[in-house]
Design a binder for this molecule. Structure first.
Ligand code: BGC
Length: 723
């Protein structure tokens, strides 16, 4: 009773009057203004012999009004405790904004973002983001550093796991859906990151140099960020990398010219972790004062973790190197976000509901659904899938088979590994009557020899083998670039042994980045791509294995044949010497085809579909007009299932070179056996335009080809002319 009352009191509004930001700012000292610009990490979580002294120091900083925001401080109790210091004991009582990396769920972990993107299901992505916001808000968090909307074309880059893959059109749809989900209700802020072109790191090495043209920025890397602005995202985060000579964190072109002046973004921009300090390592700033000056002048509002702006700001002001107006602009943006989130009125988090919200059964059901909807059937040559419910002896083989550690993937928020459902558990749940045995056989990533004896013994009585191989969660994510992107360790050899046993088997792949699957792609008859499927991963995979859920997802990224093909993406240019021009001296490799192993947009089903009857509402139009493309999709098999109908275009001849095809529409359709539906897509100036020679958005006259199908390999279906 007492606790309930306290929880209620904590959530009651503090101020009767809405805060007047201008008035508040007029009362702020210079130190308090720079305090708002500062974001610290991990307050309230210090351990070790000096913890008490550290805690006292942190509280003192808060009371002095020197803490605008804190990241990595999670929990209603601890955030309330720190918040009390701010709103009850600091002079101006400005609340703290607590941020955290709520990337793909919080306590309930959803599939890794790249995996979830394979669902081609914006509505689904919106729902998982909304639940992630709800769970983390119950722990005092009001700001997630997500969605990560970096286009990534290079499987070597570990952070490819965090985004929505290689395509700007899909990237825009999912970016805005995720922003809408996180910000649903208006009391929680999303953050579009990493602004910008972080995914273009040379050689796929994290944090590496980026040098791309303004055209590629505008056509490939900018659009998902613009989609976030259009969805009213409240915040942006700068990227660590330089963009053509200027690190983003000190890049006025991206932070001010584009973001503020062109796109009219009104929210706040935070640096990435110590990215202001890293301006020194970039060789752009000689010291912290110069780093502070460069980033403030470029348009940064808040500094994450390093303290150069807070420490040097007052002296820079006194020396007239920055103006009070520049400082005020950043402070105002920060305070406005706090106001928008209702923090001045309601800065605390009710402590009791926290436990009820986290890992709610409804959230777990959503996690299971979204994971199952993100599984991509890569191969099913012998129709081994779906497996029969009558199986009596199933062997689960591989280091990811009985694994709760890695199945939830990197950046798993407050997700608990021991709450995750392993594949073994998922199968035991699904086959309560059957014998389901397990052998790891080898490690994920070591040279330790395969345990042949244990493997042989486990396989002996099995009537079906489910292999689970891939990466550990620590092999994909930040600072997890790889130059070998095949299956690590002895896992391929393990799969070969299973293959040689002659028994029916299925390979499930659990990992972050696209892998070069080599021998597996050639020889294994059955491959199911599972990504890092999250808390309910084992149940979701089992749902798909037995056909309770018919796989309908598609690859949001190309799977290369080998690492030498990276970066690889379907929307490439034709070049002056395309590979199909003639036999030699063309743009190809001597030792591998140009095509990926598995293409963008590809994925099979247990049923079959026919997509045809493509028609256009008109065959010619003016640059200002639109046309409608319609097609029919029919389930021609005997099971209900989903197909993702995809529309691509090609602008045949233009004033600058155009990609060989570009995705401009998709729809995931669920159909009963025999059922047929009509899908329609609009093509107008937004879809048909591009940046012309003078970098102006234009639709140019000429012929456009239209491709409609179920992957980026869709056949040409029609063409039209812009006159
Ligand atoms: C990452 C960001 C993340 C931040 C805070 C950085 O290292 O690049 O994506 O939001 O840390 O955890």
């Amino acid at each position: 009773m007492k606790n309930t009352l306290l929880a209620l009191l904590l959530t009651l509004p503090l101020a009767a009057q809405p805060v007047d930001i201008d008035k508040l700012m007029s009362q702020m000292t210079v130190a308090e203004k720079f305090g708002q610009i500062q974001q610290y990490s991990g307050f309230g979580f210090t351990t070790g012999p000096t913890a008490a002294a550290e805690d006292a120091k942190q509280k003192e900083l808060i009371r002095a009004g020197k803490v605008g925001s804190i990241l990595n401080c999670v929990g209603a109790k601890v955030t309330n405790e720190l918040q009390r210091e701010a709103v009850q004991h600091s002079r101006l009582k400005i609340p703290i904004l607590f941020g955290f990396d709520v990337i793909h769920g919080h306590r309930t972990v959803f599939p890794s973002p790249l995996g979830e993107s394979a669902s081609f299901d914006p509505k689904g992505c919106e729902e998982t983001a909304a639940v992630a916001a709800k769970e983390s808000a119950a722990q005092g968090i009001r700001w997630t550093f997500a969605p990560m909307v970096d286009i990534a074309r290079d499987a070597r880059w570990g952070r490819i796991v965090e985004g929505s893959g290689e395509d700007p059109y899909l990237g825009c749809a999912l970016a805005s859906a995720r922003v809408r989900g996180f910000q649903r209700g208006g009391k929680y802020a999303a953050c579009a990151k990493h602004w910008v072109a972080y995914g273009a790191a040379e050689a796929g090495r994290d944090y590496n140099t980026v040098d791309v043209s303004e055209r590629t920025l505008r056509e490939i890397y900018f659009p998902p960020f613009k989609a976030c602005v259009d969805a009213d995202v409240m915040t942006f985060m700068t990227s660590f990398n330089e963009v053509s000579g200027l690190p983003s964190t000190a890049n006025r072109f991206v932070l001010t010219d584009v973001l503020r002046n062109e796109w009219k973004f009104k929210g706040l921009v935070v640096s990435d972790y110590e990215a202001v300090d890293e301006l020194r390592h970039h060789g752009l700033a000689a010291d912290g004062a110069a780093a502070a000056l460069d980033s403030l002048k470029a348009g940064l509002d808040m500094e994450m973790v390093s303290e150069h702006i807070a420490k040097n700001g007052p002296a820079l002001l006194a020396a007239k190197k920055i103006t009070m107006a520049e400082v005020d602009q950043a402070v105002r943006r920060i305070l406005l976000i706090k106001q928008k989130l209702g923090l001045f009125d309601n800065p605390f988090t009710a402590e009791e509901p926290e436990q009820k919200v986290l890992f709610d059964p409804a959230h777990r059901a959503l996690a299971r659904r979204s994971a199952a909807r993100s599984l991509v059937l890569l191969k099913n040559d012998q129709k081994v899938l779906p497996i029969a419910r009558t199986l009596s002896n199933i062997a689960v083989v591989g280091p990811l088979g009985n694994n709760q550690e890695d199945i939830i993937g990197p950046w798993h928020g407050d997700g608990k590994k021991d709450e995750a459902i392993s594949l073994l558990t998922g199968l035991r749940n699904k086959f309560p009557q059957a014998k389901v045995t397990f052998v790891a056989g080898c490690d994920i990533n070591s040279d330790k020899p395969i345990d042949r004896a244990a493997l042989t013994q486990t396989l002996a009585g099995a009537d079906m083998i489910i292999v689970a191989v891939g990466e550990s969660e620590l092999m994909s994510g930040e600072a997890k670039s790889r130059s070998h992107i095949g299956l690590p360790g002895q896992q391929e050899a393990l799969v070969k042994m299973v293959h040689e046993s002659g028994k029916p088997y299925v390979v499930t792949l659990i990992h972050g980045r696209p892998l070069a699957l080599g021998w597996l792609a050639e020889k294994c008859p059955t491959l199911l791509e599972c990504w890092f499927p999250g808390s309910e991963g084992g149940n979701a995979i089992a749902d798909v294995l037995v056909g309770e859920v018919n796989p309908g997802a598609k690859l949001p990224v190309s799977f290369p044949r080998n690492v030498g093909q990276c970066p690889i993406y379907y929307n490439h240019k034709n070049t002056g010497r395309p590979a199909d021009l003639r036999d030699s001296y063309v743009s190809n490799y001597m030792d591998v085809p140009n095509s990926p192993q598995f293409s963008f947009g590809y994925g099979l089903s247990y049923t079959t579909f026919k997509i045809n009857e493509v028609s256009l509402s008109r065959n010619s139009l003016s640059p200002k007009d639109s046309l409608t493309v319609s097609a029919s999709v029919q389930n021609t098999g005997s099971l209900a299932g989903d197909e993702v109908v995809q529309l691509y275009i090609r602008d045949k001849v233009a004033s600058v070179t155009r990609p060989v095809r570009e995705l401009k529409g998709f729809e995931r359709v669920s159909l009963e056996p025999g059922q047929k539906r009509q899908v329609t897509f609009q093509l107008g100036p937004k879809e048909l335009g591009f940046y012309d020679r003078s970098m102006q958005w234009a639709v140019e006259p000429g012929e456009f080809e239209v491709f409609v199908g179920n992957s980026s390999l869709a056949e040409k279906a029609a063409s039209f002319t812009v006159r």
